[in-house]
Design a protein around this ligand. Structure first.
Ligand code: GLN
Length: 486
């Protein structure tokens, strides 16, 4: 048995039965990282020593029967979630040596649940991107084809799961950054409802859109991680004091009561690859065979989602990133004598090109005289997009679509064409604008053997329904069982 290949659920069972120890499991994961990291490049920081210490503590807890929901499970964390004493870079030069003095809410929860943190995963700088090529530290390669991108911005978290370099991971999703890389790497990823998971300790990109969520090998593991990281946090003013269900209780067979909506606008989306479209059509047929009723729904403002997102997200980013000025933390150009020169040089040298592009775009959109034309207009479109979903969900329980218009593209293919890159989020952005939950699950492979993802979106706080639909699909198919041969 290759321990690093285990799912969280199976590992938990074996740990509980004392068939394996967390030290063996964590060692196996670290050995796997040793063997493939050079080729994949999923991690920015590998925390081997502290991981082994946490594993030893987990084993001690297990031996005294003191078992928590994730005791002894090795996980990777996207490098924009603060980990006390463990470098958190956001894949940016400006935070290259930043060691947070505190844990994010989700990290506290994971630690309390007994998890082992093996390392911090690579990403696009400040989560801006769809390929992880915007990382200022390194690029990450897709385990299914090392010449291709793993998606982004949580590309390291996705590749680490797909290549068995951890049992599961956390990513963050502002416009698709959990679902898009999950889709391109053939794994499961969920963006919870806005407000479901605390953003305390998540380095902010666009605060009204950001959510942390799980990336896992299967749907059961997704539910297990959701159980741990969800919940109210008084330290996040947008955290919602809504009860957290036991998400594993939704993993039951039967879709006969469920109506699935297929948005007619999505089939006409720009650049939708026919193999992806076919895989999603097949997935809809599987849902029908499982007893779901499938109907057409309409999301008429879909075509404005990309434009609205690329006004709102950069606007919020320009404000959030104002704090990196060389004074409070992170990189500072010490050579410069005057304050203004120091600011300018620190920010010009500390931020990469995509981050600078977004700051300039956002500052422009928020500037006096342009605010109404851009930011306010985009906010109005956002409301229309929310209403589209409200109307659609009067007729159906979940909405299905492709997660991404294409399979993983080649490294370098879209790097110098920001607009082409932005269009790879065409199916995922709307869920963030509307604040609804969305997930991606494997639903097929292209003729070149690359994974294809199915997106399931649902009503606010209806993660359980998404998990139920996803679980039924997973039980009926074998896509999630295939492994990248690396
Ligand atoms: N790719 C999108 C962007 O570049 C979404 C990023 C994200 O979800 N963090 O903004």
């Amino acid at each position: 048995m290759n321990l690093h290949e285990l799912t969280i659920q199976k590992a938990l069972k074996l740990l509980k039965e004392k068939e394996i120890s967390s030290t063996d499991l964590t060692r196996a994961v670290l050995d796997r990282i040793d063997a493939v990291e050079e080729r994949v490049g999923a991690y920015i920081t590998i925390a081997g020593e502290t991981a082994m210490e946490q594993a030893m503590l987990a084993d001690r807890a297990i031996s005294t029967g003191n078992i928590s929901p994730l005791t002894g499970i090795p996980l990777a964390i996207k490098d924009l979630i603060c980990t006390e004493g463990l470098r958190t870079t956001c894949a940016s030069r400006i935070l290259e040596n930043f060691v947070p003095p505190y844990d994010a809410f989700v990290i506290k929860k994971l630690k309390k649940a007994g998890a082992v943190i093996v390392g911090k995963a690579n990403m696009d700088e400040f989560a801006m991107g769809s390929s992880t090529e915007n990382s200022s530290i390194k690029i990450t390669r897709n385990p299914w084809d090392l010449n291709r991108i793993p998606g982004g911005s949580s590309g390291g978290s996705a590749a680490a799961v797909a290549a068995d370099m951890c049992l599961g991971s956390l990513g963050s999703d502002t416009g698709g950054s959990i679902r898009q890389p999950a889709s391109l790497c053939g794994i499961v990823g969920m963006k919870p409802t806005y407000g479901r998971v605390s953003r305390f300790g998540l380095v902010a990109f666009a605060s009204s859109l950001d959510q942390i969520g799980p990336m896992t090998k299967d749907v059961t593991d997704c539910a297990v991680l959701m159980n741990v990281i969800s919940g109210f946090d008084p330290k996040d003013s947008t955290s919602v004091p809504e009860d957290v269900s036991d998400y594993t209780s939704f993993l039951k067979n039967g879709l006969s009561e469920i109506t699935v909506g297929i948005p007619k606008e999505y089939n006409a989306a720009e650049g939708l690859n026919p193999e992806v479209a076919d895989a999603v059509k097949d997935a809809v047929r599987v849902m029908e065979d499982l007893g779901a009723k499938c109907i057409e729904v309409s999301l008429p403002h879909t075509e404005y989602a990309v434009a609205a997102y690329y006004v709102i997200a950069p606007s919020e980013a320009s404000s959030n990133l104002a704090r990196y000025d060389g004074v409070k933390y992170g990189f500072r150009d010490k050579e410069k004598k005057s304050l203004i020169e120091m600011y300018r040089s620190t920010r010009s040298n500390g931020f990469g090109p995509e981050v600078q592009r977004r700051i300039i775009l956002g500052t422009y959109c928020l500037s006096a005289g342009y605010y109404d034309a851009y930011y306010r207009k985009a906010s109005r479109v956002r409301t229309l997009i929310m209403q589209d979903f409200d109307n659609a969900f009067k007729k159906c329980d979940v909405i299905l679509s492709p997660t991404t218009p294409t399979t993983a593209f080649r490294i370098g293919e879209k790097k110098d064409d920001p607009l082409a890159m932005y269009l790879s989020d065409i199916f995922t952005l709307s869920a963030n604008l509307a604040g609804i939950p969305g997930m991606s699950i494997p639903c097929g492979f292209s003729s070149a053997g690359l994974p294809i993802g199915l997106q399931i979106m649902g009503k606010h706080f209806d993660e359980g329904m998404l998990l139920k639909v996803a679980y039924n699909f997973e039980q009926a198919t074998n896509f999630h069982k295939q492994k990248a041969s690396i």
